[in-house]
Design a protein around this ligand. Structure first.
Ligand SMILES: Cc1cc2nc3c(=O)[nH]c(=O)nc-3n(C[C@H](O)[C@H](O)[C@H](O)COP(=O)(O)OP(=O)(O)OC[C@H]3O[C@@H](n4cnc5c(N)ncnc54)[C@H](O)[C@@H]3O)c2cc1C
Length: 316
């Protein structure tokens, strides 16, 4: 007999890689806002050297996990998670680049949670990013897809972006990228490690007011575990400018539909929520059901890891 209790999962301890990155097999569910996802080898990297080593084998980049549905089997690739200095922020203003109302900060790590950054900027009375309030991303993930709302987006406040690929490190400005709506133009698996923010001097009160105004639009959103909106608003011949995906799902009578422990939110039909203990298979089944019942081609808003076609539910 060993000291370990019978039936307890035996997990290999964290190891340090050649360059000192912490490497650990972990359930990815703990890194996602949906709370779903099997195991993978997670590389916690805090230096360029560690990142370069992590990139020597096939990898994926994990940010705040707020736009992901990860399979119950996990993923076979290494999962890179920014930590240490890549999860720190320096909001000191660079005097060489700051003039008048326009200011540029020091480096903000790609692994910094966006909500905490916004709170810090508000207290300093620094404006430009408050339109992204309520997005539970990390800075790197939010930059990678130019996350935003109708009140503003990440590219409203970027001066320099550091991008790392297996070929090396480069620093670019937004003008160097072909960015647009919810798209930074940065290819997949190019890692946004740090950014310098380009902000505008305002007052804490004015920034707070704009944040509160932008946040009102979230009033109907469920407060449960979710990866955000499930589908993009589709364009149809009838609605060439797009029609609300939530309304279509609601009209199909699907609000409150459950598969296992996943449910189409009764509050907002375009949100699938985890009631506790949901699996990726439950969520896939609901996504499939929505597509089938709505009868309009609808594109997924979030990513499936690994990428896969949605199959019919095994149980309903
Ligand atoms: C409640 C809720 C509300 C939301 N509201 C909004 C909204 O209003 N507007 C909006 O745009 N989105 C919204 N989202 C979706 C989500 O927050 C955004 O898509 C966000 O950009 C995802 O960032 P993340 O750090 O969580 O990335 P993840 O979900 O971890 O990853 C998403 C993609 O980004 C890549 N990625 C992550 N980090 C990096 C990095 N450092 N460098 C390069 N690539 C990276 C990943 O590889 C993956 O391809 C919402 C989500 C939730 C759960």
């Amino acid at each position: 007999m060993t000291g370990a209790s019978a039936g307890a999962p035996v997990r290999p301890p964290a190891a340090l890689s050649r360059t000192g990155a912490r490497v650990e097999r972990q359930p990815l569910a703990r890194f996602t806002t949906l709370g779903v996802g099997g195991e993978a080898e997670v590389w916690f990297v805090g230096t360029h050297e560690q990142l370069a080593e992590a990139m020597e084998q096939p990898y994926r980049v994990l940010g705040g996990g707020s736009n992901l549905v990860i399979a119950d089997e996990g993923v076979p690739e290494r999962v890179i998670r920014l930590s240490g200095p890549f999860a720190e922020r320096d909001l000191e203003l660079d005097p060489a680049l700051s003039a008048g109302d326009g200011v540029v900060t020091g480096w903000v790590g790609g692994g910094v949670p966006l909500p905490g950054l916004l709170r810090a900027l508000q207290k300093l009375g620094l404006s430009n990013l408050e339109g992204t309030v309520g997005i539970p991303a990390q800075v790197g993930g939010a930059v990678w897809m130019n996350a935003g709302t109708r009140y503003g987006e990440m590219f409203d406040g970027l001066h320099t972006i550091e991008i790392v690929t297996p070929a090396g490190v480069r620093q670019v400005t937004p003008d160097d990228l072909n960015w647009g709506y919810r798209n930074s133009g940065i290819p997949r698996n190019h890692v946004v490690t740090q950014v310098r923010l380009k902000l505008r001097r305002s007052t804490p009160e004015a920034v707070l007011e704009r944040m509160e105004h932008a946040d009102v639009a979230r009033k109907g959103q469920p407060k449960m575990k979710t990866p955000g909106c499930a589908f993009k608003n589709p364009r149809t011949p009838e609605f060439p400018d797009g029609v609300s995906a939530g309304r279509l799902i609601d009209q199909a009578g699907l609000k409150g539909t459950r598969v296992g422990n996943a449910m189409i939110s009764p509050d907002h039909a375009n949100f699938i929520v985890n009631l506790g203990g949901a699996t990726a298979a439950d969520v896939h089944a609901l996504l499939h059901l929505i597509r089938e019942r709505v009868g309009v081609a609808m594109e997924l808003e979030y990513e499936l890891w690994p990428e896969q076609a949605l199959s019919a539910p095994e149980r309903a």
